[in-house]
Design a protein around this ligand. Structure first.
Ligand code: 5GP
Length: 191
């Protein structure tokens, strides 16, 4: 099967912008949308399970898959931590007759968009401000002071790419951002 078979949707944003909450809302509401489970070499957090939030791989296993050309895209999103979208994952979802939803970083989103041009809807979730983003990441309680600074610095850089995507959704208020995203997706899929 062609790797370009079917449509796909990308949600991208700086970490802490609410894209995972928006993705979760849409997946629960529309069974025809399916979360694309990425591979990563970072350690599982909290209740995360292999094959649910991510496929957790060792660094050698991830590098082996890079050699095998198994990824649509991959990035070292944070120092020493690989993240990537497996071709087999997208095909798994298409084979179920569903539309993959990718929750990936800005660089990865640009790469996927280039490969799937006409078949791809890319949505950039814009946080209200860097200060608000910092506050959300602190409240989430998953970051050390160092990883918080890394994420905040990366976020301000990523915000400069927002105009490269099909549309920008402002997440000042989560419920509104969910319904705005939903409207754009329904239009794209002709629902
Ligand atoms: P986290 O470690 O918080 O789960 O994710 C960190 C960042 O990596 C988030 O911005 C997330 O969207 C991004 N990410 C997750 N999976 C992928 C992937 O397959 N490819 C790329 N490029 N980024 C990913």
């Amino acid at each position: 099967m062609s790797a370009h078979h079917g449509k796909l949707i990308i949600l991208t944003a700086p970490s802490g912008s609410g894209k995972t909450s928006i993705t979760g809302y849409l997946i629960r509401k529309y069974p025809a949308l399916s979360f694309s489970i990425s591979a990563t070499t970072r350690a599982p957090r909290g209740t995360e399970q292999n094959g649910v939030e991510y496929y957790f791989l060792s660094v050698p296993d991830f590098q082996q898959k890079i050699q095998e050309n198994a990824f649509i895209e991959w990035e070292m999103v944070y120092e020493g931590k690989y993240y990537g979208t497996l071709k087999t994952e997208i095909e798994r979802i298409w084979n179920e007759g569903k539309v993959p939803m990718l929750d990936i970083d800005v660089k990865g989103a640009i790469h996927v968009q280039q490969q799937f041009a006409g078949d791809c809807l890319s949505i950039f979730i814009q946080p209200p401000s860097i200060e608000e983003l910092r506050r959300r990441l602190i409240n989430r309680g998953t970051e050390t002071p160092e990883s918080l600074e890394t994420r905040v610095n990366k976020a301000s850089y990523e915000m400069s790419f927002s105009h490269q995507f099909t549309c920008i959704i402002h997440n000042d208020q989560l419920e509104k951002a969910c319904s705005d995203t939903e409207a754009v997706i329904k239009k794209f899929l002709g629902w």
